[in-house]
Design a binder for this molecule. Sequence first.
Ligand SMILES: Cc1ncc(COP(=O)(O)O)c(C=O)c1O
Length: 412
Amino acid sequence: MSSESTTKMHPQFVASEDLAQVLSKMAMSTQAIHADDFVSSHRAIAPAMHVAVNYRYARDPDQLVPGENIDPNSPLEPFVYSRYSSPNNNRFEAVLKRIFHGGIMTYSTGLAAFHAIMVLLNPKRVFIGDGYHGVHGNIDVMTKLTGVQKLSLDELDKVGPGDIIHIETPLNPTGEARNLSYYSAKAHAVGAYLTVDSTFAPPPLQDPLQFGVDVVLHSGTKYIGGHSDMMCGILVVHPDRVAEGWIDTLYAERLVMGNVMGNLEGWLGLRSLRTLELRVKRQSDTAQQLVSWIHHELRDASSEVSRVVESIRHASLQEKNIQDGWLKRQMAGGFGPVFAIWLKTPDHAKRLPSKLHIFQHATSLGDVESLIEWRAMSDSTCDERLLRISCGVEDPQDLKWDLLQGFRALCE
Ligand SMILES: Cc1ncc(COP(=O)(O)O)c(C=O)c1O
């Protein structure tokens, strides 16, 4: 090959401004498949799997300029070393940016992403309620380092400038929602920040940026990955905060904190994003079907479900008690694929997973496989009667059958 043919790119490869324009008017399902069409140095439809950690400098001594290795077809970052940027992860972030409508920074795990928020904002106080215990643990480590105080959401009268209000919605493990407009007003009235863990409701279920949230956190290990095979954390930064330089600071801090996502995860993440909308809608619809079935059966004290199940919680059940409709506005795309049931006894809760054929007894959530977890296995503070259910993409009737035969088996 002549040097001419290796350096001069075919017009087909050149990043398409036209495509960007067209996509901005299209739906999430289309964007998730095409947002990175031209973030590539070749014409393959599927992304290549780049595993390189480092990239050759220019051979010509006169071209030895730091950051010179910018691929004209992938002009997001120069390629120098994978802790700075890498082809798979750039493509992954290009699609995320399009479907989340904000500035994007990816991390090795969800907790690494939360930690990045703490380092970015370095608050004196964090106001936080129930939710994933790992996030509480992360704040406790930061208390050791910076003295940050952890306060409850009942103490919002004490919130001041520079503090963080951190809300998880829907909540782990119950799948119940919290009103983001309410907390946004509280935070912004006093110059505090609102950060939201939206892991349980990825797009297309809710868009927290529309409710004044400064930074949205996702454990991408869950729905974004969706196939039980990758860990990742994602921060979505409100465009107003991007304009204030938050993404630049997050990038500079990630570079030296070293909490970057692996190259292979970028590739797996792209594979996953193509079907995110399909999966999440299906999973959320299935959850709603199962929740309304169990809830309905619980009204009949003699039903097979009532013999075993004490109660159930999910955002869809809250909806009936909400007057001003905030929940439907906030979760316009559906109420989420996770719900929790309390059985009548801890012993039944411990045994139910062993009676099921389809549901896997495992922690985590958001995967294509339906999961059930006796939550006491991973959270020692949890009520021992509680089981968390994460709906996968199997047929909803099969899942219903599996649960019903499991409830029956417990009574034999
Ligand atoms: C709501 C929520 N946030 C954050 C995390 C942490 O994510 P990761 O395990 O990717 O660090 C989890 C993990 O279960 C979670 O459920």
